[in-house]
Design a protein around this ligand. Structure first.
Ligand SMILES: Cc1cc2nc3c(=O)[nH]c(=O)nc-3n(C[C@H](O)[C@H](O)[C@H](O)COP(=O)(O)O)c2cc1C
Length: 204
């Protein structure tokens, strides 16, 4: 059984979360985790060329294949990660989702569990709006949304960090200077494990 974790990142925070989600997936017996990245736009690649930090993040991902429609087709469950752009997912992730018309027409994603995760610059920069709006196209595709239950350690908190019932998250800071907290990473692992376990149960 294959569980795909597909993410987009520019400054690495969503990549760090994706690695934890993927680790959570791979911790479930009988499941093969697949890690993919959303394709970058040529125009953004040219901007990244001039930014040392973003170039380094791009280099870190050279071995991660770009996600294809076939990867989505082959997956039994999918977890999507995108940084926030104005309270919504990135165009790069939306482009991938918008390329699924054939999968939608054939009902190929119907009944597959899905989870979502995100990164914002600021505390109230739109984690919930991003996660909830990422779910809308997944519901159109007939996927079954899996969140993070409040029984997960670290879910009830008041400090500035990630972790929501809608999906995993982290706060990157206005200059991207923060790194995901231990709790953010553990919650991301729980999301990966929960999507994998739910997929196994449904398949049985
Ligand atoms: C065009 C644009 C719009 C953004 N909009 C938001 C926003 O609405 N709220 C917010 O907190 N951060 C916003 N950010 C900051 C990104 O969410 C932040 O850089 C990202 O979470 C870092 O994730 P990454 O390291 O995976 O790239 C925006 C960034 C860009 C470039």
């Amino acid at each position: 059984m294959k569980i795909l974790t597909v993410y987009y990142t520019m400054y690495g925070h969503t990549l760090t979360l994706a690695n934890s989600v993927h680790e959570g997936v791979n911790g479930v017996d009988g499941v093969q985790g697949v890690l993919r990245r959303a394709a970058e736009f040529d125009a953004v690649d040219k901007i990244i060329d001039k930014n040392d930090f973003a170039r380094g993040v791009r280099e870190q991902q050279q071995d991660v294949p770009v996600c294809t429609v076939e990867d989505l087709r082959q997956a039994d469950g999918v977890i999507f990660g995108s940084p926030t752009r104005y309270g919504n997912m990135t165009a790069q992730m939306k482009q991938l989702i918008d390329s699924t018309a054939e999968l939608w027409m054939n009902g190929e994603m119907e009944g597959k569990p899905a989870g979502v995760f995100t990164s914002t610059a600021s505390t109230h920069g739109g984690q919930e709006t991003t996660l909830l709006t990422m779910m809308a196209p997944l519901l159109h595709l007939g996927m079954i949304i899996v969140g993070v239950p409040y029984s997960t350690p670290g879910m009830i908190h008041t400090e500035a960090r990630g972790g929501t019932p809608y999906g995993a998250s982290t706060i990157a800071g206005p200059q991207g200077e923060l790194t995901p907290t231990e709790e953010d990473l553990k919650i991301a692992m729980v999301l990966g494990r929960r999507v994998a376990e739910t997929t196994l149960k449904l398949r049985r």
